[in-house]
Write a protein that binds this ligand. Structure first.
Ligand SMILES: Cc1ncc(COP(=O)(O)O)c(C=O)c1O
Length: 457
């Protein structure tokens, strides 16, 4: 292939993958000559080809620009019998797809409900005072750990700042936990359904997920877990408002869970991502609050209540805290300091409680409205979860297939999260998860439309 065609193809790839978007200027002839080591005439010829292909337009005296409609549509890899959970996760979690896309499938909080003005002000202050330019090796900034330790009191825990390791979101807290606890080939008991990101971590680490039934109301079946406990190296559970069901374990079940794991000396990783989002305003207890022997690794995050962009989570690692801190340091030295200090100020002095009260009220309202719309538009016999906290509505259809519904909704510009995404074995094929954080007229129309699709329209 002539070199100029190769250059043209590479440039077209950059346009199709969105490195350069509609209306944006492509590199200058001189710039490409320098960066890619090709002659200026080759670059000019490549640009001429792209003009012929309708990918770019030339603006005299200015340069080469991406033309409208040069971008290819979103990829729509089929999700069939060879279910690809990673692919599903990527597609579902993208909220802002093509214009007009309604992302009922994603897990993002509603940005309109987050305390962004306060965070901006606090971050500006941290930056102005030049506080954010040193490493906080391993465990994270002491001020944030102090704020988190105080906050953990609401979940019944007694923690010191040194019991905590700050992480890049709850995702890293979970990842580090299993890297400390497990080896390739180990088995971990997980709720079913469970958070797709957890399944991805286990898969990436070569760990087998052993699924334990989880009820939409009361979460993991502890008796069923007890049966498999001797055959697993760890347990992963989200006791409070789990993703995707919004279930809440009773205190009795939580206590029993910690007791049997302690007796079997099996570490217990709890995911507390949604624990602060109880609709009645109370904060349910963490498993950590019953942990006397140090076997509970309690992972949390500010992503769901403060801002996912801060990328701040933590793990209270019990007897594993030292190993977690070392591993955190080995993998990334530390989390960024400016977000840590901003978050610490917000938690200690910024009215986090007041903000939480508003957020819980809004989500309770949105979940209620979404549930009512589902009840009115989905086929008779659809099961609705009625969660007492969190941000999701979990549905079980009376008939049909969630993956097919996912594809049909996707074709109409709506994402839903199909049940098999939350299972290591492709289970929950009649279930879908909807995100209720933002209840807008578009979201309502989309729910009605998915209900019609589920009814066979
Ligand atoms: C249950 C659960 N755990 C962990 C995470 C990861 O959150 P982050 O890494 O943003 O803190 C999420 C995000 O959706 C989640 O839903």
């Amino acid at each position: 292939m002539p070199l100029y065609e190769d250059v043209a193809d590479r440039l077209q790839d950059l346009v199709e993958t969105g490195t350069f978007r509609t209306g944006q200027k492509l590199p200058s002839v001189r710039g490409l000559h320098r960066d890619w080591g090709v002659s200026k005439s080759t670059v000019l010829e490549a640009y001429r080809i792209l003009e012929d292909r309708g990918v770019i337009e030339v603006r005299p005296q200015s340069g080469h620009y991406v033309k409208a409609h040069a971008q290819t549509p979103e990829p729509t890899t089929g999700v069939g019998p060879g279910l690809d959970v990673s692919d599903l996760m990527v597609r579902v979690t993208m909220r802002a797809g093509p214009e007009g896309f309604v992302g009922l499938g994603c897990g993002l909080p509603d940005a309109d409900q987050l305390p962004l003005d306060q965070l901006d002000r606090l971050m500006a202050r941290v930056a102005r005072e030049r506080q954010g330019h040193s490493y906080q090796m391993g465990t994270g900034h002491p001020r944030l750990r102090q704020a988190l330790a105080r906050r953990a009191m609401a979940a019944g825990c007694t923690l010191g700042p040194d019991d905590l390791v700050v992480t890049t979101g709850c995702q890293e807290a979970l990842d580090l936990s299993f890297r400390v606890l497990c080896r390739r080939g180990d088995r971990v008991a997980v709720g079913s359904p469970t958070y797709v990101g957890l399944l991805e971590i286990l898969r990436a680490q070569g760990i087998e997920a052993v699924e334990i039934p989880s009820s939409p109301r009361t979460g993991m079946d502890v008796d069923a877990l007890a049966q498999v406990l001797p055959t697993v190296q760890a347990v992963a559970v989200a006791p409070n408002f789990n993703n995707p069901q919004g279930s809440l374990m009773t205190d009795r079940a939580k206590e029993q869970l910690v007791r049997i794991c302690a007796a079997a000396d099996v570490p217990l990783v709890e995911d507390e991502a949604y624990g602060d989002l109880g609709f009645d305003g109370s904060r349910p207890r963490s498993l950590k609050s019953w942990d006397i022997t140090g076997i509970v690794l309690s992972c949390g995050t500010l992503s769901k209540t403060v801002s996912p962009g801060l990328r701040l989570g933590w793990v209270a690692g019990g007897r594993y805290t030292g190993q977690l801190a070392r591993l955190k340091m080995v993998s990334s030295l530390a989390c960024a300091t400016v977000p840590q200090l901003t978050a610490a100020e917000f938690l200690l002095n910024g009215g986090y409680e007041r903000h939480l009260r508003r957020l819980r009220r809004a989500y309770r309202d949105h979940v209620g409205r979404m549930s009512a719309t589902v009840a009115a538009s989905f086929p008779l016999g659809t099961g609705i979860s009625r969660p007492r906290g969190g941000q999701f509505v979990w549905l079980q259809l009376p008939h049909g297939d969630a993956l097919e519904l996912f594809e049909r909704a996707w074709d109409e510009g709506i994402s839903v999260a199909p049940g098999p995404m939350f299972s290591a074995t492709g289970g929950h094929r009649r279930c879908i998860r909807l995100n209720a954080t933002a209840w807008t007229p578009e979201a309502q129309r989309a729910v009605v439309r998915v209900g019609a699709l589920a009814s066979g329209a």
